[in-house]
Design a protein around this ligand. Sequence first.
Ligand code: GDP
Ligand code: MG
Length: 453
Amino acid sequence: NLQEKLQRAFKNLRGQGTVSEENISEALREIRLALLESDVNLNVTKDLIEHIREKALGQQVATALSPTEQVIKIIHGELVELLGRDTARFKFASQPPSVILMAGLQGSGKTTTTGKLAQWLKKGGHRPMLVSVDVYRPAAREQLAVVAKSIGTQLYTGNVGADEAGTPLVLRLAKEAKRDAANFGCDILLVDTAGRLGIDEELMGEMSELKKLLNPSEILFVADAMTGQDAVNSAKAFHDRLGITGVVLTKMDGDARGGAALSIRQVTGAPVKFIGTGEKPDAFEPFHPDRIVSRIMGMGDIATLLERAEEKLDRGKAEAFAKKALAGDGFSLEDFRDQLRQIKKLGSMQSILKMLPSVGPFQGLQQAAGQVDESQFTRVEAIINSMTAKERLNHEIISGSRRKRIAAGSGTSVQEVNNLLRQYAQMRKMFKGMGAGGGKMQRRLMSQMGSMG
Ligand code: GDP
Ligand code: MG
């Protein structure tokens, strides 16, 4: 993918002591190829490479950075520039409710994203209401109802009656929903629309009517990043016709070629505002150009990882665990399960590993990410769940026959249960050893665990 290819180019560049015109050209050739193969638009690529070349060759060498570091910094800067530099701001209407119109092709992730966005807004102190105006497929409206329920937001389900003026059902629904949102004190109305398999006149007409009626403060085009250049093209078609205010790139967790993210802004003029990184409601984040570029260039995205940890982990719990683990009695399986649950809150192991740099001491972790067995966490938790409370507090009382029962109860094997118990015992002993081994190690570990939470 794009990330791997770019990193290869940088690695070669890093390997050089000095930067000459030749090795810059060589690196730029590789970067150009990587971008094109990843579906970045040809013109975008050309411009980008030219900018980098000019800057790299014209630069002053008198800085603390080595020449190759300077070139890498230039490339980083240019890519960030390409994406619009700043995190795009989210617009609200001066008079609530603000309306957010979700646009996009079928299957791009509109309904899922509507839910994610509602949850994100809720966390920011807003009161969103959802409505689906997909009157063509009853299942579509039902899907949004399920989403609304799972995140606990208002949903407009009203059955609008006949209308003498002959206004189409879609428009009547939208209008009533907006009134309802105001009545319920909801400050934002998210409108999930019908998608089509391709861009057609009927869809565009309907979207324009909705726009005229609702006067939305945001028209977000939801694009599937996996579809690469197609996503860019349909975003452009929507923008030309409708004037979108931003793009949400979904399925960035997949094996996306990455090119869409880099060219969509340049081609459409509309900034990427959010990305979707999974199917769950919280697999969603505002788009920070500098962080994405760092991720793509293999410099990791520690900022996002720390933010996530800050938000999801319970610092008190982590400290309590560390204290217990190092003390005489050690930590129980109950405590261990608590810790597992905390870690799981950070997201999949893959998504965590992807945010670490792929250079220096972290090299190789990215590759390992592909081999992580996500189900392992779940299985370990299932095993611990199948124990009795007493057993969780004292693993030594778990007999052979109980191990069989636990394996059966958790849908695992006796061997897995034995493995877990053995590993747990080892870990517990190791921690206790550190605790007994005197203050220095203990303090270091404690402060490390503390700063993780
Ligand atoms: P819609 O037709 O545009 O409303 O699309 P849906 O919201 O129904 O989503 C289509 C499929 O894509 C569903 O299976 C979603 O779970 C999945 N999906 C949506 N967003 C993401 C994402 O960010 N990552 C992944 N992996 N899947 C997603
Ligand atoms: Mg849908």
